[in-house]
Design a protein around this ligand. Structure first.
Ligand SMILES: Cc1cc2nc3c(=O)[nH]c(=O)nc-3n(C[C@H](O)[C@H](O)[C@H](O)COP(=O)(O)OP(=O)(O)OC[C@H]3O[C@@H](n4cnc5c(N)ncnc54)[C@H](O)[C@@H]3O)c2cc1C
Length: 608
């Protein structure tokens, strides 16, 4: 670990401990190539996106056959508006999903699942979420982050044989990290798992908010200090002492069964510990790597519906002598949502292909896909609601009762909001990605910035860093202004190459200017991450647009759609670079401090 990033200056013990726990759980090795990790160092490997990886004919056929069955079932048996209003999924619908193998889509066939590839699983999630986000949320929580995934990755053969077939047949599972006082910062977890005297069991005590399966085992001593240990357990609902205290109700996703759970002396056999004591947080983070790709796939489903509704309403609704889609304000929404949907698909299917090929490290790409798709889809739904005018705000059931087309844009807006909070909030994901962006620089120069190290090691690091940056830094300059390779990759891909050099330089400047305090400059780090995310999206979009042979024969106008996305992304990138140099961050820190201190309470009064 490079402790340079964990500066103790100005931090309390709790803060330091949280950062240390997170740092220790981080995956540190990069054994497979990563497009985004390279991008942060000023290298865009166009060969990773062009040619764009194609789904094999056999795998596509498997996906097509499954999607056909799923589509019929969703149309005939899943009433999303009824689920939304009643908050319940009928037993017949649940049985139908079990019969379709929907609870075991990702579980390998040898354990009773369908063994779908990541790509086909993503296609299925997109289809399910285009009909009903609650159903998608339930299935995704169960198998993207719930018990099957960590069990498959880290469980023993006995555990897999015991649980995976049950899970594939509809024994619904969840992933419980969150507690009432512990959300984004799992280091402060308070649920305990104490080994029994004979070592055969653990006794779990605590409360979990919003689901099942994480707990803290006794602390160990490390470097003379107590070190918290987070471990993962399989807890069965039938175990004495387990209690569902309250079913939580949300703004959207009304159909999901989410609860406050209480564990009072729940006795768990030691065989239910997954991957050993103290590895629970790491397990959770690794599970989330590919697990995070489920949410962007679902978001694609929602965005597709929006394009359809907007096309329809944009043509049908006439105001001021023209269809609302023809007024420029409406046209912009329709064009932009289409271009962004294409980009969302491009990055999500690219990352899924890399998972299927086991060819790349996708931890950053999956996090970016989640960040990008959750935020963009919310904007797309927001634009759809706006284009629909008053009808966008009206419930689908009310529209239907009046005899109008029951487009559920209002429900979709409520359902999609959570995507920017679960599986890592947008803020936390930006920090997670930024940490990785700095990783290679810290490997070279981290020791030089670490005041805890002796002068000898720091000097050695300065020399090593000097040797590295003496060629690396000029190379970024040359690359930005005179990238010979980009002459062979003109257009948007060439832009991505040149801009990656500029980005790498900017990261280096930020490190020099801020030193260890950079971790506190979240807005600057966020801009870096947003630039990189747009560059990744541009690269994936161009790669996919070029691979026309991989798209169905009726697909047309791809170039204009991809071009529009790249231009909009470039405008955001330009704005972010500008804000890196010139921003109001200091002033907004000052104002927020005044508000938090209670010095601006006058603004909350009814009148001043
Ligand atoms: C419908 C629903 C389903 C859920 N499903 C699950 C599930 O299946 N399993 C599970 O374990 N949990 C689940 N959760 C919990 C969810 O993952 C958490 O809500 C999420 O991780 C955020 O935690 P929090 O709500 O405690 O927010 P907090 O961590 O308290 O954060 C509050 C705000 O502060 C920001 N913030 C926090 N720390 C920082 C920081 N260091 N820097 C900058 N900003 C920061 C956050 O981004 C957020 O905006 C679910 C929640 C909901 C509502």
């Amino acid at each position: 670990m490079s402790t340079a990033l964990i500066s103790e200056k100005g931090k309390n013990r709790e803060e330091i401990e949280s950062l240390e726990v997170a740092e220790e759980a981080r995956e540190k090795d990069w054994t497979e190539p990563s497009f985004v990790a390279e991008l942060f160092m000023g290298r865009v490997h166009t060969e990773m996106v062009d040619p764009y990886p194609e789904q094999s004919t056999e795998d596509r056929a498997v996906g097509d056959a499954y999607l056909a069955k799923l589509r019929t079932f969703l149309i005939e048996k899943v009433d999303a508006d009824k689920i939304d209003s009643t908050g319940e999924m009928s037993p017949e619908m649940m049985q139908g999903l079990i019969d379709l193998g929907a609870f075991g889509m990702k579980i390998p066939k040898e354990y009773g699942g369908l063994g779908l590839s990541q790509t086909n699983y993503g296609r299925a999630m997109a289809l399910i979420c285009s009909h009903c986000a609650s159903t998608g949320g339930m299935l995704s929580a169960h198998q993207s982050i719930g018990v099957p995934q960590p069990l498959y990755l880290f469980g023993t053969e006995e555990q897999k044989k015991k649980y995976l077939p049950r899970l594939a047949k509809g024994a619904i599972s969840a992933f419980a990290l969150t507690e009432p006082d512990v959300g984004s910062d799992p280091a402060r977890m308070t649920t305990t798992a104490t080994p029994t005297a004979d070592g055969s069991h653990y006794i779990i005590n605590g409360t979990k908010l919003w689901c099942t399966n994480g707990a803290q085992t006794p602390a160990i001593m490390k470097n003379g200090r107590e070190k918290k240990q987070i471990s993962a357990f399989i807890v069965e609902k039938t175990m004495p002492g387990f209690e569902v205290v309250h079913r939580c109700r949300f703004s959207g996703l009304s159909g999901i069964q989410n609860a406050l759970l209480k564990f009072t002396n729940v006795k768990i056999p030691k065989e239910n510990l997954i991957w050993g004591e103290g590895r629970g947080l790491r397990l959770a983070l690794i599970t989330l790597n590919a697990g995070r790709l489920s949410l962007p796939a679902g978001a694609i489903g929602g965005a597709r519906q929006c394009v359809k509704y907007s096309r329809d309403w944009g043509n049908e609704r006439k105001q001021w002598g023209a269809a609302v889609g023809q007024h420029e304000a409406g046209a912009r929404k329709i064009a932009s949502m289409t271009a962004h949907l294409f980009a969302m698909e491009s990055i999500t299917w690219l990352a899924a292909a890399w998972v299927d090929r086991k060819s790349h490290d996708i931890r950053l790409e999956a996090a970016m896909a989640k960040l990008f798709c959750s935020e963009r889809t919310h904007q797309i739904i927001e634009d759809t609601v706006q284009l629909r005018g008053g009808r966008g705000y009206e419930r689908a059931s009310s529209l239907k009762a009046r005899g109008e087309k029951a487009y559920p844009a209002e429900r979709m807006l409520r359902d999609s909001r959570i995507n920017m909070i679960v599986e890592g909030t947008s803020e936390i994901l930006r920090l997670f990605i930024a940490r990785e962006a700095l990783d290679r620089h810290l490997a070279v120069a981290g020791d030089a910035l670490n005041p805890k190290l002796g002068i000898g090691r720091r000097l050695l690091s300065v020399v090593r860093a000097g040797a590295f940056y003496s060629w690396w830094y000029p190379y970024q300059f040359i690359g930005q202004y005179l990238n010979v390779v980009s002459l062979f990759a003109p257009g948007h891909l060439g832009y991505a190459k040149r801009t990656s050099h500029r980005l790498a330089k900017s990261i280096f400047h930020l490190m020099l200017l801020n030193g260890p305090a950079l971790e506190k400059r979240q807005l600057q780090l966020g801009r870096i991450v947003d630039i990189a995310t747009d560059l990744f999206a541009i690269s994936a979009t161009v790669g996919r647009a070029r691979a026309k042979h991989t798209l169905p024969p009726d697909v047309k106008n791809v170039d204009a759609i991809a071009d529009l996305f790249c231009r909009e992304a470039k405008a955001r990138i330009r704005a972010n670079f500008r804000a890196l140099r010139c921003n109001d961050d200091r002033l907004l820190r000052q104002v927020s401090k005044q508000v938090l201190n209670g010095d601006v309470r006058w603004i909350e009064r009814e009148s001043v």
